[in-house]
Design a protein around this ligand. Structure first.
Ligand code: MN
Length: 287
């Protein structure tokens, strides 16, 4: 059975996150929607944007997280992260940074020094992945997933899929995850048709970054998110213009969530505890 479209939305507004990320806020933990996107909580997409040269560092200064993971996908430009658990690194085009905040970190996220000096096109995705209740207070962890360790599969002799997390056919992605997740970075030429098998009962989201795809007779253009029904094991679509996009798939974590700013927990009491732990400096600090 085919997975059917549950809903879709196109980005209209953009907002600045700090002074380095000019994003379409595509996904937020909204009541009524989260059950169909879980374990994916939030997605900010910075479509290609030209930054001029500067001697300062654009980005987002020190801030905390608890209870989930932040995953940054670099497509153009470079970002540098540092966190209070000692994790951090430089991510370049094609690289993915997977940071498990768990019990809590503070971190900062800036354009790299060399990108800032040169300027140029910048394109990123930041995704928040929820942690199951039993792992929310796990120790912080940092996975630096560089492009050269991400397996690339070619289907039908032309469509390229980079397997970042989970599995595709017998190819496994490098990311280690706390729940069942598949993430593919897909590039298709115009007129290619792609057909994938996914688990029945899983949640599936496609981000169209570039080009367009046709699904159920409708065309979805860039800066659009398509969310599918949980029922069904097959997903089939056609690129009607050279397509680039991310496919996110995961088994839902059937637990309540309570989110507030940079914290995502299960209850209001746990959020209050997170705020007080942060204020007391229990999530560490940079330097
Ligand atoms: Mn952050």
């Amino acid at each position: 059975m085919m997975k059917k479209i549950k809903f879709s939305f196109s980005a209209e507004k953009k907002l600045w996150v700090g002074d380095g990320f000019y994003v379409h806020p595509l996904l937020r933990p909204q009541e009524g929607l989260y059950q169909f996107t879980c374990p994916f909580i939030l997605m900010d997409y910075s479509p290609p944007f030209e930054f001029g040269k500067t001697s300062k560092r654009r980005g987002v200064g020190e801030h905390p997280h608890r209870g989930f993971e932040t995953v940054t996908f670099a497509f153009k430009g470079e970002v540098e992260h540092r966190d209070s658990s000692g994790g951090g690194g430089l991510i370049k085009p094609g690289d993915v940074q997977w940071m498990t905040a768990g019990e809590g970190v503070v971190h900062d996220e800036f354009h790299s020094e060399s990108f800032s000096k040169k300027g140029g096109l910048f394109e990123m995705v930041q995704l928040w992945v929820n942690l199951p209740k039993k792992h929310k207070m796990t120790k912080p962890k940092y996975q630096s997933i560089s492009d050269n360790i991400i397996p690339k599969l070619v289907l039908n002799g032309k469509t390229q899929l980079r397997v970042i997390a989970g599995k595709l056919l017998s190819t496994e992605g490098p990311a280690s995850t706390f729940s069942t997740i598949n993430i593919y970075d897909i590039t298709c030429s115009s007129e290619d048709t792609i057909e994938l098998s996914l688990d029945d009962g899983s949640n599936t989201i496609i981000l169209v970054r570039d080009g367009e795809i046709m699904l159920e007779g409708n065309v979805f253009e860039k800066n659009t998110l398509v969310v599918f029904e949980q029922a069904g094991q097959k997903l089939k679509f056609k690129a009607t213009k050279n397509f680039k996009g991310l496919l996110l798939n995961g088994m839902p974590i059937n637990e309540p969530i309570f989110s507030y700013g940079p914290f995502v927990m299960n209850t209001k009491e746990e959020i209050e505890k997170a705020l007080s732990d942060y204020e007391k400096g229990k999530m560490g600090n940079l330097n």
